[in-house]
Write a protein that binds this ligand. Structure first.
Ligand SMILES: [Fe+2]
Ligand SMILES: [Fe+2]
Length: 378
């Protein structure tokens, strides 16, 4: 049924209200095509003559196979099909005809004693049945009803298809806008970090270096590509909370007081607050949250331990420490990579996950070899 209170349909989807005889199989102006299938010549000719007089374009077939052969190449709006035929029963014809043309409206012609077969035909997809001998007035009404019901069904499918396509299109547009917005948000966060790091000679490039090293370590651990990318992203954003830390403390040469250290530790909480709107990167956020956790449970902010700490968090901890040591600070010179690895080895099981340290050692070792080769060719 069509709901008359519903919003008006677009013109191409509005129900076809023209006379049933003036609808073709495609719903375009013309004449409805009707196929009459009956083994009794006198019946099919009488039906054909009657319907032609009422403006239908009628074709006749004397058997099921002949009708199916015709349906292979031609489209009809209605098929009137006898049930009892010698070669192939109408019951067999119906499903095969509907396979060839699912829009075909099928009416069965049955004898009085074939009520069971008629019901069976309905269950196989026929719309209605007429009992022979057929009164012409009933025939005309049944054909008109069938044409109308078929049209309603086609309209319904068109509306459904239109809605599906529209929903798909809107979803795609939304996804695209969302992705653009996400990229923009991450871009803004990165700009903030670059601006912050640019002010500090010792911090300059820290996030970018941690991100690249962490991604290499993640790859060396054989993690999936999407995890690697989330770890790279987390590396880029991990220290964004330092925006909220006093510059004099961030740049202070020498050791921090307990209060100052407590203030620096706040950068993880502040960072999580800044990044909170980035719901689309929950994994990266979790890694950032964990980037100061220690493998033995003595880190912050949540004191997580061992493999309770996310893999991204464990990797960032190691790479953060590596980059801090290999960078020059106001109060000391940079350690070289070999010294740093030796120092970090002592932290395995305390600050560092053993597996992550092993991967870091491998990545740094490979990098030192490449640098050595580069130097020789310089
Ligand atoms: Fe940090
Ligand atoms: Fe850091």
């Amino acid at each position: 049924m069509i709901d008359s209170t519903a919003a008006p349909l677009p013109p191409t989807l509005a129900p076809d209200t023209r006379s049933p005889a003036l609808r073709t199989e495609a719903g375009t102006p013309g004449v409805s095509r009707v196929l009459v299938v009956d083994d009794e010549s006198s019946i099919r000719q009488a039906i054909a003559r009657f319907l032609r007089e009422r403006g239908y374009d009628v074709h006749v077939c004397g058997s099921g196979p002949a009708a199916l052969a015709l349906l292979e190449h031609e489209r009809f709006v209605v098929m009137l099909c006898d049930i009892r035929m010698p070669e192939m029963s109408g019951l067999e014809v119906v499903p095969r005809a509907l396979e060839l043309d699912r829009d075909l409206a099928v009416l069965m012609l049955t004898a009085v004693n074939e009520a069971g077969a008629a019901t069976e035909a309905l269950s196989r997809g026929a719309l209605d049945y007429l009992v022979k001998p057929v009164a012409f007035v009933d025939l005309q009404a049944a054909v008109e009803r069938a044409v109308h019901r078929r049209q309603l069904e086609i309209d319904r499918r068109n509306v459904e298809r239109h809605i599906r396509e529209e929903v798909m299109l809107r979803t795609m547009e939304l996804e695209k806008e969302k992705a653009a917005l996400h990229a923009l948000t991450i871009g803004i966060a990165e700009t903030l970090i670059n601006a912050m790091e640019a002010k500090d000679l010792y911090l300059r490039g820290h996030s970018r270096r941690v991100a690249e090293l962490a991604a290499s370590v993640a790859e060396a651990l054989g993690l999936d590509a999407d995890v690697v990318e989330n770890i790279r992203l987390a590396g880029r954003l991990h220290d964004i909370g330092k925006i909220g830390i006093r510059e004099d403390i961030l740049n202070k040469p020498g050791a921090l007081t307990d209060d100052e250290y407590a203030h620096v530790k706040e950068h993880v909480r502040i960072g999580m607050e800044i990044l909170e709107p980035l719901h689309h990167i929950p994994e990266a956020l979790e890694y950032i949250h964990d980037h100061h956790e220690h493998f033995d449970g003595t880190g912050y902010p949540r004191g997580k331990r061992g493999t309770d700490i996310s893999i991204g968090g464990r990797i960032l901890t190691a790479c953060d420490a590596f980059d801090a040591m290999t960078s020059r600070r106001a109060f000391r010179e940079a350690f070289d990579e070999k010294q740093t690895i030796e120092h970090l080895e002592a932290e395995v099981g305390r600050l560092l996950d053993p597996a992550v340290f092993a991967a870091l050692e491998k990545v740094v070792g490979r990098r030192m070899t490449l640098t050595f080769i580069d130097d020789r060719h310089a």
